[in-house]
Design a binder for this molecule. Sequence first.
Ligand code: NAP
Length: 485
Amino acid sequence: MAYPTQPTASHYINGAYVEDQTGDEIPVIYPATGDRIGLVHAGTPAIVDQAIAAAKAAQPAWAALSPRERGRILTRAAQIMRERNYDLSVLETHDTGKPLQETLVADATSGADALEYFGGLAGTLTGEHIPLGEDWAYTIREALGVCVGIGAWNYPTQIACWKGAPALACGNTMVFKPSETTPLCALKVAEILTEAGAPPGVFNVVQGMGQTGAQLVTDPRVAKVSLTGSAATGKKVYAAAAAEMKHVTMELGGKSPMIVFEDADIENAIGGAILGNFYSSGQICSNGTRVFVHRAIKEHFLTRLAERLATARIGDPMDEKTSFGPMVSQAQMNIVLRYIDIAKTEGARLVAGGQRIDRDGFYIEPTVFADVTDDMTIAREEIFGPVMSVLDFEDEDEVIARANATEYGLSAGVFTRDLSRGHRVIGGLQAGSCFINSYNDAPVEAPFGGVKASGVGRENARAAIEHYSQLKSVYVRMGDVEAPF
Ligand code: NAP
């Protein structure tokens, strides 16, 4: 293979790579060329069983370590990830096709941020003392047990760390299933955790398709499931977990609004719209794909947007000057091209892009449609590709109502110089992760997650701790027990 730090087998179980060639073949395709650069095998039921058994066996001793010791291991893993950032970024680029310019700053680095943050937090996780007069109660924050993490393909390193770091900090163990489209990066996270001192079985990786995920979710030894994926998959996984009353975190899709008022700094608003539609070739759940632009500035906005898009460097993701790469797969490219056709048929005005790029790999031009109306398919459905819809508006109340008229509620952004209006509008928007005069920042210190069909639970920040631990409360009577008879 043409990249370093190649994982040496399909799965990672009990502190070591494991191969089982009887599982279905999953080819690893480099999106920039379409070439096959590797092969892994899906986890058979025996492999899934082995991984859950390893996680189950390792959990009590891991939970019994002092939280600071667990934290130290996570922090050490963060340091290793930072030291190997270049190689891990090259691997991420080969797994996903995202330009090295992005992966060097957004993937292993944000994974390391999560390991460092939750590593630091581990020693601070406590219960509380509750005075009740003469008596008192206290709470103990306990681990849930074995957690399953299931990832999407857009941020394979980050997703593994966003789930693994808080789970492990709280004393849980994890079995992680990456997307079949990007199977490589999570294996390196597992390898690094072992190197940092995580005992065997604490963090395991099993490859596979949805079927493997379903087997993990329904296993009675699993206490919690955290999924990053589409809303359709989320509904299935949530229902399967609910059947056995398991805890869940659901990080799902979106059709998020970005609202640009007439007083906005227009270059910053265009910068936000570019980040929120074309970073990672538009394959980001929180993207602001419905850009509502005030009618007074719409044409200026579109002209400058097209000028700035013309400066995108589209090409080889391994060239650090490249700022826009391919879609993750042929299948995803075809989905996006279909949406572009539908938009044209339904009468949206093509302002930029709109074509597959004539070269190897799965490239689509950064695409902008204007005069999009709320009822058009591209304004209602998540596309998950580089397609921006620009919609007009005139009135604040009107735009809030239209922005909220979606089943989703992951993110929302507002660009305005009027700070009262900025806060007022964000207050009225139904979304979990919001931005004022910015877009798509996701620091580990701030909670991340959606409302409505975009999910339940939160990742990152202290909020994630609530989703990877449970409270035991203990009443302590200091005097005699008064019974009626
Ligand atoms: P997906 O098709 O929903 O798949 C997500 C993961 O679930 C994959 O690992 C998939 O396996 C697995 N899976 C599928 N069916 C399953 C089942 N019945 N039981 C258990 N697991 C199952 O999503 P995707 O196409 O990979 O990713 C794109 C989607 O993810 C978009 O909707 C995007 O918005 C969302 N996303 C959300 C966030 C967030 O934080 N909110 C972040 C990134 C992406 P296979 O694919 O290998 O079959």
